[in-house]
Design a protein around this ligand. Structure first.
Ligand code: N01
Length: 538
């Protein structure tokens, strides 16, 4: 067997891979990161679509592991634009001298387990060996492009937002069609509308959205944040979503209509994802949620001048925040422009792409010069299953997960020893502020690797632990309204043929962190530690 190229191979150089590499180095492991792109950044390398910016606020959508880094970086806007986040991650890579251990332009094709470790093969056929394999592949990195007949014959350019060309797309004076009204589409619509001659938005599911209220960050705000970082981080760690605020202890149903409207109006005026935390039980009590949903529906009708368009934009088939809530800058207002039209493709689905545009099931034709797919991602499992991962006895992860992903704590998979999945399915991941979830996972994995190095053991989740965790994930989801949103990507519903399994852990980052800490404190019973090369019988 060839010597290992590194103790640990990490796949991906976004927020997760960069921090994993930094931690491993600090602990004396040899580590290499394999990254398909030619630069760091992950999500923020690929998602360069017009209007791309983060929905979490800049001062906490960043690493917390180094107080000096916190103090020296200065964010310019309340919500950072994609180039600013990418610049931040490039700064981190340089500041901690990470690039020398990253192989760029390397796309991993397969990872195969044997008794000694993992063989990782890239798409050029080069094989690298390691003892431990860590995936840092992101949750939303496998683009979901609808399989529409005729797409290859479209004469204009078409792009998925998550694979946007680095030199941009010229839409000036063009008829642009955008498919999809999730967080991405809702960010892109106002910006595309400004530049295009005409924008047609093809909407399958109307969405709620909260105004972002973006603004430059003043020197005084920066100073206050920097002085307060220890407390900000403490609250983030204890909150359910990794945000630096807690859900307000306000019983919406105990308030008069005016009082409740006042609560929602203040949250609306403040803007951003915090609207979700304005009252308690919003995600578990349908009656509470309906009050918030109704408030937003009224806002849509107040904003959009044409009543029929307003109604078409009003979500009535799911509760607010049961799909990831977008935030926006002038989204609903954009439909008051004469050069923007909304096309309801739930009523009249897209049938095919023609050389000149889109044809709907009714036969209606929409002529377009540029086509934009803001159609989301094969979330959580897609990035992992795009690699042919083979565990013990050659078992393929694709087969092991044929009926949906099964993990212990979203961190490991039975049958796949010494494989660790940062923000994998079954962890809070996409329900949280991602850097917070990532740091917790990286630190936890790092601690376990130190132990494995000391003891020479192998870690592989037991089936019993996986079963118990699957039940806990389901129970946590069932305690909320989240699984009721039929078209949610949280359930895999956006990808044809994908098993309908609620993918993230909805029980809260705080409770999840405790479960991970308990697992470690108890000596990792769910990870079935055993001497290397000892065949698991769990
Ligand atoms: O993707 P989505 P996204 N025909 O899956 C529609 C994160 N994010 O890229 O709802 C017609 O939410 C689909 O319709 P439906 C964030 O976590 C973060 O917008 O399935 N339409 C939907 O409207 C977010 O949730 C930031 O009926 C089709 C849209 O496309 C996640 O990424 C910024 C279709 C897809 O919405 C994904 O957001 C942006 C078809 N065949 C995104 N297929 C931050 O700020 C799909 N659709 C960090």
């Amino acid at each position: 067997m060839a010597a290992d190229d590194a103790d640990v191979l990490v796949i991906g150089a976004g927020f997760a891979g960069l921090y994993m590499l930094h931690r491993l180095r600090g602990l004396g492991f040899s580590a290499r990161v394999l990254e398909a792109a030619d630069g760091v950044g992950g999500t923020w390398y690929w998602n360069r679509y017009p209007g791309a910016r983060c929905d979490s606020e800049s001062y906490y959508y960043c690493y917390s592991f180094d107080p000096e880094l916190e103090q020296e970086w200065r964010w310019t806007e309340r919500y950072p634009r994609q180039p600013e986040i990418l610049a931040y991650l490039e700064h981190v890579a340089d500041r901690f001298d990470l690039r020398r251990d990253i192989d760029f332009g390397v796309r991993v094709a397969s990872a195969v387990r044997d008794d000694d470790g993992w063989s990782v093969t890239d798409t050029d056929g080069r094989v690298r060996r390691c003892r431990w394999l860590v995936t840092a592949v992101g949750c939303l990195s496998a683009a979901n492009v609808p399989d529409l007949p005729g797409l290859a014959d479209f004469t204009g350019p078409w792009h998925h937002t998550g694979r946007w060309p680095h030199d941009g797309v010229d839409v000036a004076g063009k008829r642009v069609g955008l498919v999809g009204t999730g967080s991405t589409g809702i960010q892109a619509v106002p910006v595309l509308a400004e530049a295009a001659a005409h924008l047609s938005v093809f909407q399958r599911t109307a969405n709620y959205s909260i105004p972002a209220r973006n603004a430059p960050v003043s020197e005084a705000e920066v100073a206050a944040t920097k002085a307060d970082y220890p407390e900000i981080r403490r609250v983030q760690r204890e909150s359910t979503n990794g945000h630096p605020f807690l859900v307000a202890d306000v019983d919406a149903l105990a308030l008069s209509d005016d009082e409740r409207d006042g609560v929602y109006q203040r949250a609306w005026d403040r803007g951003g994802l915090r609207f979700r935390a304005a009252v308690k039980d919003l995600l578990s009590d349908p009656a509470v949620n309906e009050t918030a949903s109704d408030f937003i529906r009224e806002k849509i009708h107040e904003t959009v001048a044409d009543p029929a368009t307003a109604e078409a934009l009003t979500p009535r088939d799911h509760y607010f925040a049961t799909k990831r809530p977008p935030i926006d800058t002038g989204y609903f207002e954009t439909y008051n422009r004469s050069d923007v039209s909304l096309v309801d493709v739930r009523a009249d689905p897209i049938a095919s792409v023609t050389p000149d545009g889109l044809r709907l099931a009714s036969g209606a034709e929409h002529e377009l010069d540029v086509l934009v797919f803001a159609t989301g991602f094969d979330a959580l499992t897609g990035p992992l299953l795009s690699i042919d991962v083979r565990g013990r006895d050659g078992v393929a992860l694709r087969d092991a997960w044929a009926e949906g992903p099964r993990t212990h704590l979203g961190l490991g998979v039975a049958g796949f020893p010494d494989l660790f999945t940062i923000t994998g399915p079954g962890s809070p991941s996409v329900l949280t502020n991602m850097p917070t979830a990532i740091e917790q996972h990286v630190d936890w994995i790092a601690d376990l690797l130190v132990r494995l190095r000391e003891t020479g053991e192998t870690a592989e989740p037991t089936r019993a632990a996986e079963d118990a965790w699957a039940a806990r994930v389901q129970e946590a989801a069932d305690a909320t309204l989240l699984p009721q949103a039929a078209s949610s990507w949280y359930l895999g519903a956006n990808v044809p043929g994908k098993p309908r399994v609620f993918l993230p852990f909805a029980g809260g980052m705080n409770h999840y962190r405790r479960a991970c800490d308990d697992e470690a404190a108890a000596g990792y019973p769910g990870f079935g530690l055993r001497p290397r090369a000892c065949v698991s019988v769990s």
